[in-house]
Design a binder for this molecule. Structure first.
Ligand SMILES: NC(=O)c1ccc[n+]([C@@H]2O[C@H](COP(=O)([O-])OP(=O)(O)OC[C@H]3O[C@@H](n4cnc5c(N)ncnc54)[C@H](OP(=O)(O)O)[C@@H]3O)[C@@H](O)[C@H]2O)c1
Length: 312
């Protein structure tokens, strides 16, 4: 079986390279840019010198290019890790068309290409499809989407576009993704708590961090063991547990031993932001655990693993 990974130079895409190393299946790693020198050293540290660090160029907004790649390589599964992920930047009205193209139209392209060959599309969505209603219990898959911003709205459009094609699909909504690769909250806070004497972080936005490696392991298990047969649909995946961004920061500082920074909780309205983020977007993971029989690590345990790897 040939599996095509899009957005392979990003956080989740690179973790897919790590988990797929040694698979008997063929993986093709693609991205809009075929160069990613900043991740190569870390890939070697995590998975050895013989890991596949190559990237084939594929722009997922180009349906003809996707079709060509699928036909030439007999692709049967696409794992779409590509997206517009800049939540604040998505609020720029001049960027709306581009964000919609990447987060809604491009997933439809991938779905159409897989539908034509009877293949499977694995797509990643977000907890930010929720948040507009005052929830205080974990969000379930069939709960109405109530995005608070353009990023969440366009990701919701992407989910609907995929469903409308009738392709076999697995849509994994995840949350607060971080990894050893790229820019993310963990790396930002490792730096800030090491260099600032004081820091204020919001405590009124609650969710669950997700180590992209853990999500990649779950995706890999479901694909490699063909657990997807007959199980098309939306699933929620984050790490276990719940925290605020303030709690997350305190834990990051504690794990790495940055004791010199006084981290204090604050309200969201103390930080001017172009987008209103969900106050509560914890995901209920009962469905994915029940159907695919996977075990999900606790967020603090995974955070420790990521920081150890990053500090290698
Ligand atoms: N990050 C989070 O906190 C978070 C939370 C919930 C859900 N998610 C979802 O999880 C998924 C993975 O997120 P991530 O953080 O791993 O993303 P990421 O690190 O931002 O990686 C996305 C990759 O997609 C590439 N890309 C952009 N436009 C493309 C195009 N036209 N064709 C092909 N590739 C293109 C990007 O390239 P460039 O960098 O060159 O643009 C980048 O390498 C996304 O679907 C995201 O919406 C993320």
């Amino acid at each position: 079986m040939t599996i095509l990974v899009t957005g392979a130079n990003g956080q989740l895409g690179n973790e897919m390279r790590v988990v797929a190393k040694g698979s008997k299946n063929k993986y093709i790693f693609t991205d809009v840019c075929d160069d990613h020198p900043e991740s190569v050293d870390m890939l070697h540290k995590l998975a050895g010198e013989d890991i596949d660090t190559s990237t084939t160029k594929l722009d997922i907004t180009n349906l003809d290019a996707i079709r060509k790649m699928v036909q030439e390589n007999d692709v049967k599964v696409i794992v779409n890790c590509a997206a517009w992920t800049n939540v604040d930047g998505a609020e720029d009205p001049e960027k709306y068309e581009l964000v919609e193209l990447l987060n809604a139209k491009a997933p439809e392209n991938l779905a159409l290409a897989m539908k034509e060959v009877g293949g499977l599309l694995v797509h990643i969505s977000t907890d930010y499809v929720f948040g507009g209603d005052p929830y205080n219990t974990p969000c379930k898959e069939d709960q109405k989407g109530t995005p608070t911003g353009v990023y969440g709205l366009t990701k919701l459009h992407g989910e609907k576009n995929i469903q409308n094609t009738g392709v076999d699909h697995l849509i994994f909504r995840t949350a607060w993704l971080y990894s050893e690769f790229g820019k993310n909250f963990v790396k930002t806070m490792l730096n800030l708590t090491a260099t600032k004497p004081q820091l204020k972080v919001v405590f009124d936005q609650v969710g669950t961090p997700t180590y992209a490696y853990d999500l990649a392991v779950a995706i890999f298990d479901i694909i490699e063991n063909r657990k997807f047969d007959g199980n098309t649909g939306i699933y929620h995946y984050s790490n276990e547990g719940v925290c605020s961004w303030f709690d997350f920061t305190k834990m990051i500082a504690e794990v790495v031993g940055n004791t010199g920074c006084d981290v204090q909780p604050c309200h969201s309205n103390e930080f001017p932001s172009p987008v209103k983020r969900p106050a509560y977007s914890v995901l209920d993971k009962s469905k994915i655990k029940g159907i695919f029989e996977i075990t999900i690590p606790f967020w603090v345990d995974s955070l420790k693993k990521c920081i150890i790897n990053y500090s290698k």
